[in-house]
Write a new protein. Structure first.
Length: 291
C-alpha cells in the first residue's frame, strides 16, 4: 500500500502546532490589510489583525492559484507519497478549483502517484473537524481511496452554526447579499448563519441580543447532533474568547461533550466575518435544522 499524506488549506483555522503534531502540511491563502500582504497563519496575530479591523481597516483576500498549489504539492510526489487534499469550500473561494487544476497537471507528470482533491464544502474549523475524522480513518488503516470516500460521504454531515456581530464584513466580501446584510445594521439583532449543502453561507435567522444568539447556535448543534457520536466539538471566535468559553460551557451542559477545541478564527476567513464571530462545529444529520 502506497504511503499518502493529507494536506489542507490554511482556512482550517487550527494552530500551526495542531497541524504539525498530526503531520498535516497546510497551503496558505493570502490577505492584504493596511497596505501589507501576509500569508494566513504566518502573518499578523489574531489580536493584531482584529484590532486593525476595529480601527476601520479593510482586509482583502486572494485565493491560491494553480501555480502556488502545484508548488506546494509537488515535493510530496517527489518523495514518493500520494496526496489527499481537503480543500476550502468551492462555494466561498476559487482555491478548490486551483487545487484541482494543479492536481490534474501533476497527475500527468507523476502517473504512478495518486492525487485526490476533495471539495470539503466546509470552512474554518468545519474543515478541521472533517480533517480530524479523516485522520482517524488513516490511523485505522484506510487507504487513500477509502479515506477520500469517507470524506465525500460525510462532508455534508459537518455542521457549521455561526453568529456574527453584524453582516457588513460578509457583505463587503461578497459572501452574503445586501438584503441579508440589512439584518446586521439593526440594533442588537444578531444574525444566525449556517453553511449550506453547496458550501455557501446562508442566513437562517436572527436573535435579539448577543446571549440569545450564542445560545441559539448551541441549540442548533445539539439538534443536529442527535443520533451522532461526536468525539469532539470545535468552536471558533473572532477575538472574543469569553463568548467562546460561554458557548463551550453551554455545549458541555446541553450536549454532554467535554472534549472541546477552541481557537481564534483565521485571518483570511476572519477578514470576512469581522471581530465578534462565534461558531460551533459538530457532526450531525442535516446542516439546516428548524427549532
Amino acid at each position: 500500500m502506497s504511503d499518502y499524506i493529507i494536506t489542507v488549506n490554511s482556512t482550517v483555522d487550527t494552530t500551526k502546532e495542531w497541524l504539525a503534531e498530526r503531520g498535516v502540511p497546510y497551503i496558505p491563502l493570502k490577505y492584504t490589510i493596511d497596505g501589507q500582504t501576509y500569508s494566513d497563519m504566518e502573518g499578523l496575530s489574531s489580536k493584531e489583525f482584529f484590532d486593525k479591523l476595529r480601527e476601520g481597516k479593510m482586509s482583502t483576500t486572494s485565493q491560491i492559484n494553480p501555480d502556488e498549489a502545484r508548488e506546494a504539492l509537488e515535493p510530496y510526489l517527489k518523495e514518493g507519497k500520494d496526496i489527499l487534499h481537503l480543500s476550502f469550500s468551492s462555494g466561498l473561494s476559487g482555491t478548490c478549483n486551483s487545487m484541482k487544476i494543479a492536481a490534474e497537471e501533476l497527475q500527468e507528470e507523476y502517473p504512478e502517484r495518486k492525487i485526490i482533491v476533495i471539495d470539503t464544502l466546509c470552512a474554518c474549523l468545519g474543515e478541521a473537524l472533517l480533517l480530524y475524522y479523516v485522520l482517524k480513518q488513516k490511523e485505522n488503516g484506510a487507504t487513500i481511496e477509502e479515506a477520500a470516500k469517507w470524506a465525500e460521504e460525510n462532508k455534508l454531515h459537518i455542521c457549521h452554526d455561526v453568529t456574527v456581530d453584524d453582516l457588513n464584513h460578509l457583505h463587503r466580501g461578497g459572501r452574503v447579499s445586501k438584503t441579508s446584510a440589512v439584518l446586521g445594521t439593526m440594533v442588537q439583532i444578531k444574525p444566525i448563519i449556517i453553511m449550506d449543502d453547496n458550501g455557501c453561507l446562508k442566513v437562517v435567522g436572527k436573535e435579539r441580543g448577543r446571549k440569545k444568539s450564542l445560545n441559539k447556535i448551541v441549540d442548533m448543534a445539539a439538534k443536529q447532533a442527535e443520533g451522532y457520536e461526536n468525539e469532539i466539538i470545535m468552536i471558533t471566535h473572532g477575538d472574543c474568547p469569553e463568548d467562546a468559553e460561554y458557548v463551550a460551557k453551554r455545549v458541555q451542559e446541553k450536549m454532554g461533550i467535554q472534549n472541546i477545541y477552541i481557537n481564534n478564527i483565521g485571518t483570511v476567513i476572519g477578514g470576512h466575518t469581522g471581530p465578534g464571530v462565534v461558531a460551533v462545529f459538530c457532526m450531525g444529520d442535516k446542516r439546516e435544522v428548524k427549532l
